[in-house]
Design a protein around this ligand. Structure first.
Ligand code: BES
Ligand code: MN
Ligand code: ZN
Length: 502
């Protein structure tokens, strides 16, 4: 079922092979809008000017994610030629090629295919080749975990032509990361709960060489993580906290940091394996997709595993808070006052604002590691989806350079983010009459910001960025480049952030 971070193979490079000589079930070529360029010129020549004729007749345009299969093309040994559009040459970036490759792969994966060859575009940078390879390997995987007849079937072998070997290897690893996050989010919440998520972490840590620590309920109590424990009390599945560590600093020449040196980057993930809302119960429509409420946790696990598999020269620490938010007899209640690990007291006004309560303790644990920067990922608020829509993640920060680094990494990967304000005035909304703070703002306006303001209380002034992925983490509808369900949002940007040094 899964081949994440196993030496699975399945993706090979044939740098010298001419496209017309490739024996495959399909050959994929990338086309720019307007005129023939890059590797499409070679395919056009090999096919006696076929692409130029179809462009002239308007049967091909090269528009973004246009995907046109041409069968039995004279001059090619491949059984079919798939032409996929990338849009205008000047607007091509790593995100564009990732989605174009995924579009072609998704189309072809509707049937079993033995060998599928992709022809890298001669105009691509190494990073763009890498993201095309990743996109192709993500696009052929759907949300078929529990279907007797899968809608997508992975190719037997993917062949990359005219692509540097290292870019193909890296692209395949990055795809493993994205597909890992997607698989975990797509799993049934009856199978993925705090302990089984922690087990998944242990498996992946073992494969990629991450150090792992799993805190069970006894350890959480000894560590005074009363906020995590409170949210978990309504469930028969006890909460867990997972810490992952990777030490890669000093890999490329620089002196290895002594073991006591704090990590450059900390990643924190919200892992609510199911969010019923608790006693502030969600209506059925709102609850339907709430297995996705551990997308932040899945993204930081997947990013850490990818960073380790790529052996990036950075030290990172990861904290994941795993809880099921349910309504059992011991469930936390409205009016409860919780003393979080930091000593801050929290008055509960709404048990459905549980993510921030869980993250309060995880952030406090991570703060103790003294990282240079903290980035947390959470499907935190519906208000963020109201503000920015389903395709854009919200950014909130106490430090502009940290926020800019996250935004730049997302931009480089073609994932949309937008920063929202964090003015001090919003703090007044989370003051409580009976405790230090309450877990919701006054009324619903600015709900994404008041949630971020709550988190800010627990980072102790360390440069920090909160990424609200409630919109982009999960897609109810399919897109040209992906079936619906988990998207793997922010995995590639986090890897890019680590590549840029954190
Ligand atoms: N997990 C939800 C947020 C969410 C909404 C994620 C839609 C993905 C899609 C979160 O725990 C939640 O319920 N937030 C509440 C907060 C409110 C009670 C202050 C919300 O957004 O309604
Ligand atoms: Mn909730
Ligand atoms: Zn939630």
């Amino acid at each position: 079922m899964t081949n994440e971070f196993l030496p699975a193979g399945g993706i090979v490079c044939e740098p010298s092979t001419r496209p017309e000589a490739v024996e495959a079930d399909a050959l994929v070529v990338f086309l720019t809008e307007g005129s023939l360029s890059g590797s499409a010129v070679d395919v056009d020549a090999a096919t006696g000017g076929l692409l130029a004729r179809l462009l002239a007749s308007g049967d091909l345009s090269g528009r973004r994610n246009e995907c046109i299969p041409l069968l039995a093309v004279p001059g090619l040994r491949a059984s079919q030629l798939v032409v996929v559009g990338m849009g205008k040459r000047e607007s091509i970036d790593a995100g564009v090629v990732y989605r174009a490759a995924a579009t072609a792969a998704r189309h072809l994966a509707a049937k079993a295919r033995g060998r599928v060859a992709f022809l890298a575009d001669g105009g691509w940078t190494t990073k763009q080749v890498e993201q095309a390879v990743a996109g192709a390997a993500v696009g052929m995987v759907g949300q078929d975990l529990y279907r007797s007849e899968p809608k997508r079937i992975r190719f037997g072998t993917t062949i990359w032509l005219a692509a540097p070997v290292e870019a193909v290897e890296h692209g395949a690893i990055i795809a493993d990361g994205v597909n890992l996050a997607r698989r975990l989010v797509n799993m049934s919440p009856d199978h993925l709960y705090p302990q089984s998520f922690a087990d998944e972490c242990a498996t992946i840590a073992g494969r990629t060489g991450l150090d792992i620590e799993i805190w069970d309920e006894d350890r959480l109590a000894r560590e005074r993580c009363q906020a995590i424990l409170a949210v978990g009390r309504g469930s028969s599945r006890a909460p867990r906290l997972v810490m992952l560590r990777y030490r890669g600093a000093g890999r490329t020449g620089q002196a290895r940091q002594p073991a006591s040196e704090p990590p450059q980057l900390a990643l924190v993930g919200k892992g609510v394996t199911f969010d019923s809302g608790g006693l502030s119960l969600k209506p059925s429509e709102g609850m339907m997709t709430m297995k996705c409420d551990m997308s932040g946790a899945a993204a930081v696990l997947a990013a850490a595993a990818t960073i380790a598999a790529l052996r990036l020269p950075i030290d990172i620490v990861v904290g994941i808070g795993l809880v099921e938010n349910m309504t059992g007899p011991a469930a936390y209640k409205l009016g409860d006052v919780i003393t979080a690990r930091s000593g801050t007291t929290i008055e509960v006004h709404n048990t459905d604002a549980e993510g921030r309560v869980v993250l309060a303790d995880v952030l406090d644990v991570i703060r103790g590691e003294k990282p240079r920067r903290i980035v947390d990922l959470a499907t935190l608020t519906g208000a963020c989806v109201v503000a920015l829509g389903q395709d854009v993640a919200g950014l909130f920060a106490n430090d502009q350079p940290c926020c800019d680094a996250v935004a730049e990494a997302a931009r480089a990967m073609g994932e949309r983010v937008w920063q929202l304000p964090m003015d001090a005035e919003y703090d007044e909304q989370i003051t409580s009459e009976v405790a230090d703070i309450k877990n919701v703002g006054d009324g619903r306006w600015g709900g994404a910001i008041t949630a971020a303001k709550f988190l800010e209380r627990f980072v102790g002034g360390i440069p920090w960025t909160h990424v609200d992925i409630a919109g982009p983490a999960f897609s109810e509808k399919p897109r040209p480049w992906t079936d619906g369900g988990a998207t793997g949002s922010m995995v590639r940007p986090l890897v890019e952030l680590a590549r840029n040094g954190g």
